[in-house]
Design a protein around this ligand. Structure first.
Ligand code: NAP
Length: 479
């Protein structure tokens, strides 16, 4: 292991590494040991970062696309060189099993590569103005211009790749970024800032200000120089900050209680392991984690038996152990919250097929059956290794359950019937429908985002660049 046991970090503002006036200790979610000392940025630190970003925006705006692309390619290359170190940081601070953390680093590299590529294809279009009487002899074209200072606020669950989904497209499109990572996962953000500096990112293009969401986040969201807030996190915080953001552009990537529907007649073998992964990968702390499974009554018993058996084989343990499938939840209070939710569902008539207990901060993978819609484990976001399997008599019935939700991020449907698949694609109220797959699928260039309380706007580099740029029209009068 290459990671130092305790890292003392500094704020990264205007290309300088600065001591914070105050520090907090960072603890490992699994072992509870101290793994870092993290500066708490004050409102003045945020002010300095935003002013420096504002100063840098002119230079970034003029930087040629090929230079922006080269910096992003360099970030991807340096990250590849320090792959294992990056994975260990994620595993330690987020309690993410190391094998899953490696997967996140691989995806982060992809995300910066996509950003490098997209930096070179930010196109406008020409418009035939003579389609309107009076528009003759005019040449019209559009360009996409960077917005200016982007505030990026990120969650704990993908501390490297979700930072990449904001820093990557912002740099690709020539915007400076002030990044506020989640308090539990600041080390990944500082690691990327060090790599970006080495990759040739100019002074002032990226700033990292760690500290309390209510202090740092608030100062960013209300700052007049900040032109866009790109936020990934919980609906409550996202909705609150949107209400404060005024006319700033706001992208919100929020939570969900994602579902999959399993029609009769589908082969279960391959699907069971996919569903188990979707429900329990990173302890269910994934925004598209599989939380609700609706299975046709003709195959229900078989599905439940196989699913429970596969769940019983998951290995619980230390996030740094390569054989661990499920480790600690991000905080002990989350373990307590979810156990209360499980108890509530049981009082309302649900059965526990497996799990429900805890070992330290590890909540055992839990499968619940016959869960009422109004139980919190069904209608709210569990963000934990808990999944429900309910019986339905048709896909149509299941679609009603899926749509009866305040969220709408992604949904999956397993069916052998093309008409059923197409009807589901049309009627599911979500940002993405996956046919013959679980909702827990994302590659980093696809448009990704939700409807309802799952958010507004899309990420996936090309789509994030659209959000981070303004369309400008130019008309040349030749009359
Ligand atoms: P969170 O508690 O909402 O925190 C997200 C970020 O917001 C953190 O950096 C947090 O800082 C900051 N914050 C807290 N209060 C704030 C305020 N008043 N103003 C501005 N910023 C504030 O979410 P989380 O627990 O880290 O992440 C889990 C949530 O993220 C889940 O709901 C999950 O579904 C969602 N998520 C969505 C996606 C997606 O793409 N749709 C992807 C991943 C995760 P502190 O850490 O300092 O509090």
């Amino acid at each position: 292991m290459t990671l130092k046991p305790i890292q003392k970090e500094k704020l990264y503002i205007d290309g300088e590494w600065i001591n914070g006036q105050e520090y907090v200790q960072l603890y490992s979610p699994y072992s509870g040991e101290v793994i870092g000392e993290i500066p708490l940025a004050s409102a003045e630190d945020v002010e300095k970062a935003v002013q420096a970003a504002e100063k840098a925006k002119g230079r970034l705006r003029k930087m040629p696309a090929h230079e922006r692309a080269t910096i992003l390619e360099n970030i991807a290359r340096l990250l590849q060189q320090r792959f294992e170190e990056a994975a260990e940081i994620i595993a330690k601070e987020a309690g993410k099993p190391i094998s899953t953390a490696r997967g996140e680093v691989a995806r982060t590299i992809q995300t910066y590569k996509f950003a490098a590529e997209e930096a070179k294809r930010i196109y406008g279009e020409t418009l035939p103005l003579d389609a309107a009487p009076g528009g003759e002899n005019r040449i019209a074209y559009t360009v996409r211009e960077p917005l200016g200072v982007v505030a990026a606020i990120t969650p704990f669950n993908f501390p490297m790749n979700l930072v990449a989904h904001k820093v990557g497209p912002a740099i690709a499109s020539g915007n400076p970024v002030v990044l506020k990572p989640a308090s539990q996962t600041p080390l990944s953000a500082y690691f990327i800032a060090k790599i970006a500096e080495e990759a040739g990112l100019p002074k002032g293009a990226l700033h990292v200000v760690t500290g309390k969401g209510s202090v740092v986040g608030d100062a960013l969201v209300t700052h007049p120089h900040v032109k866009m807030v790109t936020f990934t996190g919980s609906p409550a915080v996202g909705i609150g900050l949107r209400n404060k953001a005024g006319l700033k552009k706001v992208t919100l990537e929020l939570g969900s209680n994602s579902a999959v529907i399993v029609d009769e007649g589908v082969p279960l073998e391959k699907m069971i392991s996919r569903c188990v992964t979707g429900a329990f990968a990173y302890q269910g702390q994934v925004c598209i984690s599989l939380q609700r499974i609706y299975v046709h009554e003709n195959i229900y018993e078989d599905f439940v038996d196989k699913f429970v058996e596969a769940t019983s084989k998951l290995k619980l343990g230390d996030s740094m152990d390569p054989s661990t499938d499920v480790s600690a939840l991000i905080s002990p209070s989350d373990v307590e919250r979810v156990q209360e939710w499980i108890q509530e569902a049981v009082h309302q008539g649900a059965k526990v097929a497996i799990g429900g207990e805890r070992t330290g901060n590890i909540l055992h993978p839990t499968v619940l059956l016959d869960v009422p819609n109004e139980s919190k484990v069904s209608c709210q976001e569990a963000f934990a290794p808990v999944v429900l399997i309910n019986k339905v008599s048709s896909v149509e019935e299941a679609i009603q359950y899926v749509n009866n939700s305040q969220f709408g991020l992604q949904a999956g449907v397993y069916t052998e019937n093309i008409h059923t698949a197409l009807d589901a694609a049309e009627t599911l109220e979500v940002g993405g429908v996956l046919i013959n797959d679980i909702p827990t699928f994302r590659v980093d260039h696809m448009p990704y985002g939700g409807v309802k309380e799952s958010g507004t706007g899309r990420e996936g580099i090309k789509y994030a660049i659209e959000e981070m740029t303004e369309l400008k029209l130019v008309i040349i009068n030749r009359n």
